[in-house]
Design a protein around this ligand. Structure first.
Ligand SMILES: Cc1cc2nc3c(=O)[nH]c(=O)nc-3n(C[C@H](O)[C@H](O)[C@H](O)COP(=O)(O)O)c2cc1C
Length: 196
């Protein structure tokens, strides 16, 4: 079965660039890696309040809204984060989304697409740290889109001279991790079943 990869767009403001980048990436990724299924998860569509649950997500006493987020994450084998950069870091709406659930992320893999003045690289670096805490393995190869004021053509696609990185190379690496971790998760589930 083809692995399911969630393409997550984390900004939510009116007129955001994030959705444009995610739609472009989704199209390019489906051509570059037809052996994986790419699905968009738009954080704006979830309409999440600022996280205010009574118990930390690692205790797994989920509210209805947490269950809703958990269902998306649990169904995925890997993730592509499409991230802007707000004040040299991850946009608050994306961090808020990441704080909602915990174990559903575990032992999966992620790759990153950044956009901003210098390609959102500072946001990506912070995001990698956050995903390490959620026990997600991060792919080294990033895609970045720089100098946003002039980066898009009339169709809303980024111009080649503003894009750095190779999507095929990035997805080949992501697939390696996704397959390795799928096998490892299955083996550890089997071990747990045998022990019980
Ligand atoms: C609150 C805020 C802070 C920003 N800080 C940065 C920054 O630190 N570095 C940068 O390259 N761009 C920064 N920008 C510009 C964004 O890169 C640009 O607005 C981008 O389109 C934001 O993503 P979005 O359109 O998906 O919201 C900032 C924009 C906002 C709204």
């Amino acid at each position: 079965m083809k692995p399911t990869i969630l393409v997550i767009v984390g900004t939510v403001r009116q007129g955001r660039v994030g959705r444009k980048v995610a739609d472009w990436y989704l199209n390019e990724a489906s051509k570059a890696a037809p052996d994986m299924n790419f699905t968009l998860l738009d954080v704006a569509g979830l309409d999440l309040p600022v996280f205010h649950e009574a118990t930390p997500p690692m205790m797994h006493q989920y509210s209805n809204v947490q269950e809703q987020v958990a269902k998306h994450i649990a169904a995925a084998d890997g993730f592509i984060f499409v991230t802007g950069e707000y004040n040299h870091s991850v946009p608050g709406s994306l961090k808020n989304f990441l704080d909602y659930v915990n174990t559903e992320w575990r032992h999966k893999a992620a790759a990153y697409v950044g956009y901003g003045t210098i390609g959102g690289v500072r946001s990506i670096e912070h995001l990698v740290q956050i995903m390490t805490e959620l026990r997600v393995a991060s792919v080294r190869d990033h895609i970045t889109i720089s100098a946003l004021w002039n980066a898009f053509d009339e169709q809303g696609n980024p111009k080649p001279e503003h894009i750095m990185g190779d999507i095929t190379k990035q997805l080949t690496e992501l697939k390696w991790w996704v397959k390795a971790l799928q096998a490892a998760r299955a083996a550890s589930n089997n071990n747990e079943k045998e022990a019980s």
